[in-house]
Design a protein around this ligand. Sequence first.
Ligand SMILES: *Cc1c(COP(=O)(O)O)cnc(C)c1O
Length: 333
Amino acid sequence: MAEATDKPFGTVFGESMTTVSWTQSDGYGKPEVVPVGEISIHPGAHVFHYGSSIFEGLKAHRGDDGVVRAFRLDRHIERMQRSSTFLCLPEPPTELVETMVLDAVKANLDIIPPAPGALYIRPTMIGTEVNIGAAAHEPQSGIFYILTSPVGAYFTGDQTLRVAVETKRLRSTPGFGEAKAGANYAMALRIVREAEQMYDTDQVLFAPDGQIEETGAANFLLISNDRIITPPAEGNILNGVTRDSILTLGHGLGYQIEERPVAVDEAISWQGEAALSGTAAVLAPVGTLLLDGVEYQMLDGKPGTNTVRLRQALQDVQLGRAEDTHGWMRSVG
Ligand SMILES: *Cc1c(COP(=O)(O)O)cnc(C)c1O
């Protein structure tokens, strides 16, 4: 699948997906494996008008030994269940999601690219009840499906990110930022686009009242030779699985882990590395922070050695090169 992984992230899909329908009254039906293609949804469906949409993003990796393993499936299932409660969608049972994810991977085993590529897995839930009068009601019915997408490395080589710091506007609303929902991306989009147009940035780091939260789709970490500092994953901050994994592996490598509030002032004067963590990007080095148009370079602006080391430690576990001491990997197939 060399061709697939040369294409932009998220534009190539596996040929099969798993899908199940649900109703609030009867719960989930029986999941099926179906070809990926157009689905028919009424224009009056709840999702189009009132945003009943949540998703997850995780990966399955093909190890050097040829074994395909899904990364921290249990954590992603728990988060999807939590997101569902925020949007009054019916919580999908653990075994159902597990089966549907594993079946989606099995159905697309032959398109999983070798490392550093992977199979990105996108569980998606939407409300399809046809009722534009249901603004104040949860959708009574909907579907839950699991798409897959073969992906290459998100970042390569020497790339570092330019990140604008936004100290006034919010990424989400207090509390709701914990949900992995399309609505949060819709809220942040205009701010991200404005920064891109003004400063040619890749991302916006949201830091209301000068306290750092996260970017539109990734968590933020300050890293030095002996410390990893990141704001606690609560309230507005999405509880990233990559963030948690880096902290756990970092602790094992002897880094001191500090989960505490991080002020913008600390970040812009930090004599060390900064990085963004997320399933797609893994651990992406930040080269420059921009505050009110003023640039602050992180060290020499190049990927830092600690960032590269931590990313490598995570990838070694994902590819079966290092022992999976935390039980994160789930063999498929
Ligand atoms: C998905 C996401 C992340 C990263 O979470 P991972 O579990 O590491 O992929 C961070 N912030 C937001 C807002 C997200 O939607």
